[in-house]
Design a protein around this ligand. Structure first.
Ligand code: IPE
Ligand code: IPE
Ligand code: MG
Length: 247
C-alpha cells in the first residue's frame, strides 16, 4: 500500500495525474437499516467517515477533495431528517474546522446559502476565512448544492452582465462560463466516487464532470475507510484518459 501512496503523491505526469477527487457520500440510511440502527445514527457514522476520506486524500497528496454532503433535492426529505442533518453539520463544523486547519487544509463550501440557517452560514463564512491561506489541500463541501441551480445562477449572472452592456454574448466560451460557477477557483474533478452501489450523479457537478472518471463502490458510506480511498486512487491510476483524442 505504501508504494501506491508514494506513486500517488509523485504522479504529476500527464494523463493519470490526480489532483481532484469528488465523492458522493451515499448509503447512510441503508447502513442504518442493515445494522438495526436509526437513520440518525447512520448519518452520524457517515460524518465520521468524512475524516477517513480527508486522511486518505492527504496521504495520497490530492490537492482538492470535494464531498457531496447535502443536495438541493435533499431539502425534500422529512423535516426531522433535515433538522437532524443540519444539527450534525453544525457539530461537524464546530469540531472539525480546527483539525483541518491544523492539517493545512482550506475549506470551501459550495451550494445555495440562502436556504441554510443564519448561524450555519456564519459558521461557514468564519471557517472559510480562517482557512483561506492554507495550501496543502482544498476541501470543498457541497451543501444545499444542485448542479442545475449552479448552472442557472451562472447563466443569470451572465445575462445580467449582457443587459448592463458589460458582456458580449458572442464572447462567451467554456472558460468564461466556468468562471460564473460556484466552483470557479476549483479544477474539474479527475475522479468521482459514489458509494452505496447507486450509479448516478444526482445533480452533482454536471458541467465539471465532462471528462471525469467514475468509480461506483458497493460499500455504504459509513463503512468507507482511507484504505478504500487509496484503492480508488490505485484504480484511477490504472486508467487511460483520452479527452476525445486518438488513443
Ligand atoms: C447519504 O445517505 C446522506 C445524504 C444524502 C444526506 P442517504 O441518507 O442518502 O442514505 P440512503 O441512500 O438512504 O441509504
Ligand atoms: C446524493 O444522494 C446526495 C448526497 C449524497 C448528498 P441521494 O441519496 O440524495 O441521491 P438519490 O436520491 O439516491 O439519487
Ligand atoms: Mg441516498
Amino acid at each position: 500500500m505504501a508504494a501506491s501512496v508514494h506513486q500517488c503523491a509523485e504522479d504529476t505526469s500527464g494523463v493519470s495525474s490526480l489532483s481532484h477527487v469528488a465523492i458522493i457520500m451515499d448509503g447512510n440510511g441503508r447502513w442504518a437499516t442493515k445494522n438495526g440502527k436509526s437513520r440518525s445514527l447512520g448519518h452520524k457514522k457517515g460524518a465520521e467517515a468524512v475524516r477517513e476520506a480527508i486522511e486518505g486524500a492527504l496521504d495520497c497528496g490530492v490537492k482538492c477533495l470535494t464531498l457531496y454532503a447535502f443536495s438541493s433535492e435533499n431539502w425534500n426529505r422529512p423535516v426531522e431528517e433535515v433538522t437532524d442533518l443540519m444539527a450534525l453539520l453544525k457539530l461537524y463544523l464546530q469540531r472539525e474546522v480546527k483539525t483541518v486547519h491544523k492539517q493545512g487544509v482550506r475549506l470551501r463550501v459550495i451550494g445555495r446559502r440562502d436556504r441554510l440557517s443564519a448561524d450555519i452560514v456564519k459558521m461557514i463564512d468564519k471557517a472559510e476565512k480562517r482557512t483561506e491561506a492554507n495550501t496543502r489541500m482544498t476541501l470543498v463541501i457541497a451543501l444545499s448544492y444542485g448542479s442545475r441551480d449552479e448552472i442557472i445562477e451562472a447563466a443569470k449572472a451572465f445575462a445580467v452582465s449582457v443587459a448592463e452592456g458589460k458582456e458580449d454574448p458572442s464572447q462567451l466560451d467554456e472558460e468564461k462560463f466556468s468562471k460564473g460557477l460556484w466552483t470557479n477557483d476549483i479544477p474539474d474533478p479527475d475522479l468521482i466516487i459514489r458509494t452505496s452501489g447507486e450509479q448516478r450523479l444526482s445533480n452533482f457537478l454536471l458541467w465539471q464532470a465532462a471528462y471525469a472518471e467514475f468509480l461506483f463502490l458497493d460499500l455504504l458510506w459509513p463503512d468507507f475507510s482511507k484504505m478504500d480511498f487509496r484503492a480508488a486512487v490505485d484504480n484511477y491510476l490504472g486508467r487511460n484518459r483520452r479527452f476525445g483524442a486518438r488513443p
